[in-house]
Write a protein that binds this ligand. Structure first.
Ligand SMILES: NC(=O)c1ccc[n+]([C@@H]2O[C@H](COP(=O)([O-])OP(=O)(O)OC[C@H]3O[C@@H](n4cnc5c(N)ncnc54)[C@H](O)[C@@H]3O)[C@@H](O)[C@H]2O)c1
Length: 424
């Protein structure tokens, strides 16, 4: 703790999320609550670029261990690539820090073991920043379930359709290789599996899954190394000038010679080995069934989350505009989702007599449906929000989300055989 009573934070991973979600707010909204005392990134050029973009002057360290030793932090935020989270979570726990890790908590069963062992030796707060729990509709849904509105949950359907702008972005960079991200079931699905686990209030027992890479990668009609030097730029739907945005240029393009991180790799690259098409069914210990589907090349972006109980059904549907995504062509189109007013969230309750009640909460300001500012308050705020809904995701919650994804990946490898989710 600094003399002014501010908690001292270090951040590992100063990319897009580290910079915008974690470092910028420390310097602005939470400047009276917390003090950033160190940045570490495998590419120190990116940590310096983060300082440049945020106007910060936070010490940049070239070694994580040295940062912990010299900066004497109270707390650590982990916003590195998915497969590297576990290393820092474990080290942060061993150093007696409060640890806040981006989702997915980890990407392998060995990491699950290491994190559980580290957690058992720490008495400090250690959370996974599962922000979907903080969407207004998610909160309403959870409250309705806790109040008994739909009775006992029996069946859940979750469908996520990422469109060809946002969805494609997972194929441009590190997420595209399973060794970095665990694939989209871990990287993206962990959001959704956590949400379902939280609503259902039970642990997953078995998973059965199918998946394929059927649109991106080797399926493309042509390919190049990256958009910025591609001879197919004119004819390619996925061409994107990522570095037209000066922030992305500073954070990636200007320093890419240091680590070879090309932010605009070809979505048809032959090395892509994650799935873009996935279906999973899960059975929970309390008997609930989940049917889950995820694609990354949809014609529009949206989500359907339906929970059927003995007394009725909750349905959260969302249609999302993606004009912010790299290469988006939506903004040129007069019938785009945002312009047409179709960029909406809806939450409804149906009783078994087909009577429908609109439960859609007011929308909130801020990224990810207003969830991110709430998670920042949870991590940085001196004043902590009440947690009547049990929204805080502990490390074990993060593990439970990842375990479903890992079991589903295993089932895909085994051509759809059922796989046990829980592990010691
Ligand atoms: N909760 C959400 O809604 C949300 C949204 C976006 C991203 N995220 C998560 O945030 C994390 C970062 O995503 P991003 O979009 O910022 O990616 P990014 O590529 O912009 O940033 C990742 C950073 O990690 C650094 N890095 C890679 N390996 C490292 C290592 N071994 N040690 C230290 N640094 C390393 C990279 O150099 C890069 O700066 C991911 O885990 C992602 O899932 C969460």
């Amino acid at each position: 703790m600094s003399e002014s009573g501010k908690r001292r934070f270090v951040v590992a991973g100063t990319g897009t999320r580290g910079t915008a979600m974690w470092i910028q707010p420390m310097l602005e909204r939470f400047a009276d609550d917390v003090e950033p005392v160190g940045l570490f990134d495998i590419n120190p050029g990116r940590a310096r670029a983060c300082n440049k973009l945020t106007g910060g002057n936070i010490p940049v360290y070239e070694s994580f261990d040295e940062m912990l030793e010299k900066a004497q932090p109270d707390a650590l935020v982990v916003a590195t690539t998915d497969a590297t989270h576990a290393e820092y979570v474990v080290k942060g726990a061993a150093a007696g820090l409060s640890v806040y890790c981006e989702k997915p908590l980890c990407t392998s069963l060995n990491q699950v073991k290491a994190i559980r062992a580290a957690r058992s030796k720490s008495d400090k707060p250690m959370l996974v920043t599962h922000n979907m729990r903080y969407y207004a509709a998610a909160e309403t849904m959870k409250r309705e379930i806790m109040n008994g509105r739909i009775g006992e949950i029996k069946h859940v359907i979750f469908i996520e359709t990422l469109d060809r702008f946002h969805g494609a972005d997972y194929f441009r960079r590190w997420h595209r290789e399973i060794k970095n991200s665990g694939g989209l079931l871990v990287q993206k699905g962990s959001h959704h599996f956590d949400l379902v686990n939280w609503m259902v209030g039970s642990k997953a027992k078995t998973a059965v899954a199918q998946g394929s890479l059927s649109f991106y990668g080797k399926n493309g009609p042509f390919r190049g190394e990256r958009c910025s030097n591609c001879s197919h730029a004119k004819e390619c739907f996925f061409y994107a000038d990522l570095f037209a945005k000066s922030g992305t240029k500073t954070l990636f393009n200007d320093i890419e010679q240091i680590d070879g991180y090309y932010r605009d790799r070809c979505v048809f690259g032959n090395e892509i080995d994650i799935y873009d098409t996935m279906n999973v069914t899960v059975q929970y210990e309390n008997g609930v069934h989940l049917a889950y589907s995820l694609i990354a090349y949809a014609s529009y972006e949206g989500m359907r989350f339906m929970i059927e109980g003995t007394k009725g059904r909750l349905e959260w549907t969302a249609v999302h505009g993606t004009s912010w995504a790299p290469g988006s062509k939506e903004r040129d189109n007069a019938t785009g989702l945002e312009q047409s007013g179709d960029n909406v969230e809806n939450l409804v309750y149906f009783d078994p007599y087909h009577v429908k009640t609109n439960l859609t909460p007011e929308s909130r300001d801020g990224s990810h449906g207003g969830a991110d500012p709430m998670v920042q308050q949870l991590v940085y705020g001196r004043i902590q929000p009440e947690d009547q809904l049990g929204q805080k995701a502990e490390l074990e919650d993060g593990i439970q989300a990842v375990l479903i994804a890992l079991a589903a990946n295993k089932s895909i490898e085994l051509n759809g055989q059922p796989v046990t989710v829980q592990t010691d």
